[in-house]
Design a protein around this ligand. Structure first.
Ligand code: KG4
Ligand code: ZN
Length: 338
């Protein structure tokens, strides 16, 4: 089954064609970094406009790269939510148009389900059940994946998402947008113990939830007191901030995986591209005897292959969306079926 996936929930316009939820025939991502860089973050209206410009060329490019035409496609999957509504609508309307014109089945995909399905495009995906640490610009969640499309969120951020914290700290120290990769690069030369920062939500009573806004404020206070750092002071601050986020994410994941007696963990979403997080999670997995699965770096951030792969599992179960489907910024994660 060849599924066309379309994604435009934030600042990437993406199209991909995936066979049977496993084999990527083509994937194209048009990034909007240049559009938003001078504003230091994503400007929703500009994102929507750039998606409008890019969506058809990206779709065409995906067909061209796969050497396929729309006649070959068996179904269409689009990101339904969560995300910026004006942005989501663009891929959704394009997907509806293709489905309607070609009489193809259509399905809407939860963005986090997409992220959790990126790992199934790897040669060795994790078995079910497993724990997913989903860390992106909009979310930091611990989710038990029981099966494709059967998820149970056990913890989430109470304020800022991990990626959001990376982006805000990067802006604060003048590293600009996108912040995650900029912090990672600046941290390379730094001392992770150089600046003492609080480890939020790691006490005994804090459950599986995260909180990153206090950490962001601690960095802000540090900058207010010492000025915007440069050189080795900047490297130390970035390394210390990154190490703190990684420590909190990994510690919480380890505790949850032990308590739930699970054996497999995957990390996904944009922050899963972070080298320090991938390395530390692998190290702790070896120490505590759980296996760790990480998607390809370029499939951690937003892409359409993950949406096509997730959509395949809904379509093969016979699920269909009507043309009245709409973008939904607070779409719930699909849970256990009745
Ligand atoms: O999944 P994603 O592309 O979009 C959302 O669904 O939000 O994630 C984007 C987030 C941004 O906050 C970005 O700073 C972060 O992922 N990110 C990283 C790295 N690469 C991207 N954070 C830390 N280290 C990275 N290497
Ligand atoms: Zn995402």
């Amino acid at each position: 089954m060849l599924i066309l996936g379309l994604e435009s929930s934030c600042d990437e316009t993406a199209a991909a064609i995936v066979e049977d939820g496993r084999r990527v025939c083509s994937e194209v991502v048009a990034s909007q970094i240049e559009v938003h860089a001078r504003f230091g973050g994503v400007v929703p209206e500009l994102a929507s406009r750039a998606h409008v410009v890019n969506v058809v060329p990206v779709l065409r490019a995906a067909l061209l790269e796969a050497e396929l035409t729309l006649d070959d496609i068996d179904g269409v999957a689009v990101t339904q939510g969560p995300g910026l509504v004006g942005a989501l609508l663009v891929a959704m309307q394009a997907g509806k148009a293709v489905a309607y014109a070609r009489g193809l089945p259509l399905v809407g995909v939860h963005h986090l389900e997409g992220h959790m399905t990126a790992i199934f495009l790897e040669e060795e995906p994790p078995p079910f059940p497993h724990l997913a640490l989903v860390v992106s610009g909009g979310h930091s969640s611990l989710i038990v994946a029981h099966d494709h499309g059967v998820f149970e969120e056990i913890g989430a951020t109470r304020d800022d998402a991990a990626g959001e914290a990376f982006d805000k700290v990067a802006k604060l120290v003048g590293l600009g947008y996108p912040g995650g990769i900029a912090i990672q690069e600046a941290a390379e030369a730094g001392d992770p113990a150089g600046v003492a920062l609080p480890r939020p939500m790691t006490g005994k009573q804090t459950g599986d939830d995260f909180s990153f806004s206090g950490l962001k404020t601690a960095v802000l206070n540090h900058v207010r007191k010492n000025g915007v750092p440069t050189g080795s002071a900047l490297a130390d601050l970035c390394a210390s901030f990154q190490a703190t986020v990684v420590e909190v994410l990994v510690r919480k994941t380890r505790k949850a995986v032990r308590r739930l007696q699970l054996e497999h963990v995957q990390v996904c979403g944009g922050v899963a591209a972070n080298a320090a997080l991938r390395e530390e999670l692998r190290r702790v997995g070896e120490e505590w005897d759980f296996s760790v699965f990480t998607p390809r770096i370029d499939r951690c951030t937003d892409n359409a292959a993950m949406i096509a792969a997730a959509g395949f599992h809904h379509l093969r179960r016979g699920e269909r969306a009507g043309l009245d489907m709409n973008a939904d910024s607070s779409l719930p994660l699909p849970g256990p079926r009745p």
